[in-house]
Ligand binder design. Structure first.
Ligand code: SAH
Length: 305
């Protein structure tokens, strides 16, 4: 047992500021940042009915109290202060905690999660599989995609419904690799997983290896341009990024990557204006929106050429 201490940083913020706050914190938090959306619905029926939009969520990060931590804390305070000038939220709360508390607090945010047929197990947790359940083992590190974000869950549910065994899949913005691994587990014959972030590429590769699907899932650094450059077509495309990025992908010819009769599932935006702009971009690109999944006020849309 070590006597190591951690600085716990807690920020309560509106949903639209959360990603930016997490980004500031993640620069200093070696184990990543946890977004706490409150209790995750575990009852199947809860997925059906729209949940009440939640205005705020809690963002947590842990800084090891090792040399240089005071400077890191100051940088975090400055970074968050600047952000709060654009998107107002209360100042962060700092608290020193012991190693044991840290381990508990951190792991509590990454418990085993069941989403549709998938069981997402952080590497340090145990999980017993029921018949028909598909295991995804994850060490999220700094990359996004632990299943704790509603949009990841929406994509998992959507792909469980739409993906047919044997299909060839493109996963744009793979993050931790969670959707690519899920696609392989669901029977995809080949998955190409791309991300512009080298950290995500490394983490996704590790996760792909860990899940024993490296024969079917290739991870590379890149984006739509690289995919278009291959001149290859896919049966399905997954994009869980953000509304403006999806719009850009639509304008830049994402639909040309789909074989006739293929599908695309997009997420990473809220219902309302953002959803409307994504729908418009998809339709302008010749994609018919014919699937919709929703959790809290996050949306995933499914479309076909
Ligand atoms: N697919 C995962 C991760 C989504 S987070 C999930 O569903 O949970 C979005 C990811 O997209 C991040 O890892 C980010 O680095 C990546 N990204 C952002 N913009 C991108 C772009 N233009 N092209 C490719 N990847 C991008």
């Amino acid at each position: 047992m070590s006597g190591m201490q951690w600085l716990e940083i807690t920020v309560a913020a509106p949903m639209e500021a959360a990603e930016a706050i997490a980004e500031v914190l993640s620069r200093y938090a070696p184990h990543g940042v946890a977004l706490d959306y409150g209790p995750v619905p575990t009852d199947e029926a809860d997925w059906e009915r729209p949940l009440l939009p939640r205005d705020t969520l809690t963002i947590l990060a842990y800084l090891p109290l090792t040399e240089g931590w005071e400077e890191a804390r100051q940088r975090i305070e400055e970074g968050l202060w600047h952000l709060s000038q654009i998107l107002p939220f209360p100042p962060p709360r700092f608290q020193v905690i012991a190693e044991e508390e840290w381990a508990e607090a951190w792991k509590a945010h990454y418990d085993v999660l069941r989403v549709g047929p998938f069981v997402i197990r952080p590497t340090w947790r145990e999980a017993e599989l029921q018949p028909g359940e598909l295991l995804i083992e994850l060490d999220p590190g700094m990359a996004f995609g632990t299943g704790t974000h509603p949009t990841t869950r929406l994509c998992l549910l959507a792909l469980a419904e739409w993906l047919q065994a044997g299909e060839r899949i493109l996963d744009l913005g793979t993050g931790s690799g969670i959707l690519a691994i899920a696609a392989a587990r669901r029977g995809a014959s080949r998955v190409w997983a791309l991300d512009i972030d080298p950290v995500a590429v490394r983490v996704a590769r590790e996760n792909v290896q860990r899940n024993g699907v490296a024969d079917r899932v290739a991870v590379a650094q890149g984006s739509l341009e690289e995919a278009l450059g291959r001149g290859e077509q896919f049966d399905g495309i997954l994009v869980n990024i953000l509304a403006p990025v999806i719009q850009r992908f639509c304008e830049q010819g994402m639909s040309a990557l789909l074989r006739p009769g293929g599908w695309v599932i997009v997420s990473g935006f809220l219902c309302g204006e953002q959803e409307a702009s994504v729908r418009e971009a998809m339709e302008a690109a010749g994609l018919q929106v014919c699937g919709r999944w929703m959790e809290a006020d996050w949306v995933a849309l499914g479309a076909r050429p």
